[in-house]
Design a protein around this ligand. Structure first.
Ligand code: NOJ
Length: 563
């Protein structure tokens, strides 16, 4: 089989000098990064104390998942005060210290902004519950009367992404049953009404609050969910009334409404009014990518996560199509593509690629009773996949722990689970806890391998994590950590992030993909047969011990400087 490149895009060097066009951004999941006070929960001082090791990794920026005040019903994606730090993670002064240290080390800091919903413990929602129907307080959210004679049926057929209906009925102060409110996620995460100018103004203040404190920008949670079709009509197809949508179809009533774009334009203008090239990345789950391109027009988001890439089967034809689609879509609006293989919502790629399920879209997780991944195979493929990704021009995202080759915790006992998905589906979906386990730093230090010194951990590490600890890999030739460091250093030296892209026709087939970025050839072997490479100097290899002149073996990626 030959892959057809007659219509494949040829991506030229990046269009602007801005840092975010080529940055490698590292996602810090604060509760699991480093714990300074030993309470089992990672915190901001813990992050500050370990920032030097991130700078040494060679990244450009960090994005911190939410650390604002929150009852933590969805690990902080349920914010009860957007302008304060949750005491679990420290104080605003700790945030300032963290930003100062990051900037000292040359790292930028992106803050997670959660605008689609608040926590049900937010004062806006509490005021709404206490206020009468039709009040200004209720207009902050989507309150509606129920259907049926007594209003005891939900107002429409929408489903929560975490399982069950997207509506919960309230109880009036006098104890009678009241209106329903909409929540596309957990019932503790009521959706805000973005048609309300007061909501819009409140968020503009929140943006300014963090920008004033030195944040370099935002990762924006679920921006595609913020707008809702007028009147909140039923989804035409009940089977897809939750997360699903058919690509290219007219907008479903709860996803990617046109009304949100003017909001992002305002936000962009706010960011632009600050010095220092602030940027925002939208977690816009919008497909096909030609639709997503509309979200990164020059006056909207700077970047969006490329979920097509994240969800691609690790297979030549699929990836070929994905990369073509990416350059076509993003180049059409002058935005960089992002590339991403992991985050806190999906199975870690070192497990995903271990023969389990190659398609991680669903965030269902893997539990002790499920088939277990092949760790060795998974890691070998994950290393190959990462090296293939880091050679692509544009901006790349790395999720904490992948630089250690960490596998998912796939044997976590149910008693520890915290993800609302697990509870809302009565355990049918184990959820995302397995990719959120605290990081191992120093093998054998406390029971949590240096995550702290007390050994307490909000989720226990599996025993195998000791072997993946950072200290076991630092300076060790061939370790995954050293592979990431080498790749990031080389990427920077060669300017690959701001480079060009074209397929290398010689290396396109059922089991191989090769492309050129500037003068570097990057090839991955998806099959089992060794592939001969042209003469040249090996600059990086996902398998340790690769020598010039060796053929490329299964699951391996190389970066080759052609002679
Ligand atoms: C996307 C976040 O990444 C995920 O962790 C969260 O549960 C949902 N948005 C709801 O905020």
């Amino acid at each position: 089989m030959k892959l057809d490149i007659s219509n494949a895009p040829h991506h030229l060097a990046r269009l602007g000098e801005e840092w975010w066009r080529s940055a490698v951004i590292y996602q810090v999941y604060p509760r699991s990064f480093a714990d300074s006070n030993g309470d089992g929960m990672g915190d901001l001082p813990g992050i500050t104390s370990r920032l030097a090791s991130l700078a040494a990794l060679g990244i450009d920026a960090i994005w911190l998942s939410p650390f604002m005040r929150s009852p933590q019903k969805d690990a902080g994606y349920d914010v009860s005060d957007y302008m304060d730090v949750d005491p679990l993670f420290g104080t605003l002064a700790d945030f300032d210290d963290m930003v100062a240290r990051a900037h000292e080390l040359g790292l930028r800091v992106l803050v997670d902004l959660v605008p689609n919903h608040t926590s049900s413990a937010h004062k806006w929602f509490e005021a709404a519950l206490a206020a009468p129907e039709g009040s200004a307080e209720r207009a902050f959210y989507h309150f509606k009367d129920g259907k049926g004679e007594n209003g005891d049926l939900p107002p429409n057929n929408w489903l929560s992404l975490f399982g069950g209906p997207a509506w919960t009925r309230t109880t009036n102060p006098d104890g009678t049953a009241g209106q329903w409110y909409c929540h596309l996620f957990d019932s503790s995460q009521p959706d805000l009404n973005w048609e309300n100018p007061k909501v819009q103004e409140a968020f503009e203040d929140i943006l300014r609050f963090w920008l004033d404190r030195g944040a370099d920008g935002f990762r924006v949670d679920q921006p595609h969910a913020m707008g809702k079709a007028e009147g909140l009509p039923d989804h035409p197809d009940l089977a897809r009334a939750g997360a699903g949508f058919i690509e290219g179809e007219a907008s479903p009533p709860m996803w990617f409404q046109e009304s949100v774009h003017p909001i992002f334009r305002k936000w962009r203008a706010i960011l632009d009014s600050y010095p220092g090239d602030r940027a925002m990345c939208g977690e816009a789950y919008v497909l096909p990518l030609s639709f997503m391109a509309l979200w990164v027009r020059s006056d909207e988001f700077h970047q969006t996560f490329n979920f097509r890439f994240l969800n691609s089967e690790w297979q030549a034809q699929t990836l070929f199509n994905t990369i073509n689609e990416s350059f076509e879509a993003f180049d059409s609006v002058g935005a960089p593509s992002t590339w991403v293989l992991n985050n806190h919502d999906v199975l870690r790629h070192a497990s995903r690629f271990g023969g389990l399920k190659v398609k991680p879209t669903d965030s269902d997780g893997v539990g002790p009773n499920d088939p277990q991944p092949d760790r060795e195979l998974g890691l070998r493929r994950a290393r190959g996949a990462t090296l293939f990704m880091l050679g692509l021009p544009g901006s790349s995202y790395i999720y904490q722990g992948e630089e250690l080759g960490l596998p998912e915790h796939t044997t976590l006992a149910d008693e520890y689970r915290q993800d609302p998905t697990f509870f809302r589906t009565n355990g049918a979906r184990v959820g995302r806890d397995g990719c959120r386990v605290p990081l191992p730093w120093e093998s054998g230090v406390g029971a949590a391998n240096g995550f702290n010194t007390t050994g307490k951990a909000w989720l226990p590490q599996p025993e195998i994590y000791a072997g993946y600890s950072r200290d076991q890999q630092e300076g060790v030739e061939g370790s995954t950590l050293e592979l990431y460091k080498h790749a990031l250093r080389t990427r920077r030296e060669l300017g690959l992030g701001e480079g060009s892209f074209e397929w290398s026709p010689q290396f396109l087939g059922e089991n191989v993909l090769g492309y050129r970025n500037n003068h570097i050839l990057i090839v991955h072997n998806f099959g089992h047969e060794p592939i001969n490479l042209p003469e040249g100097k090996i600059l990086a290899s996902s398998l340790h011990g690769m020598k010039d002149g060796h053929p490329l073996v299964a699951d391996q990626t190389v970066w080759l400087q052609l002679s």
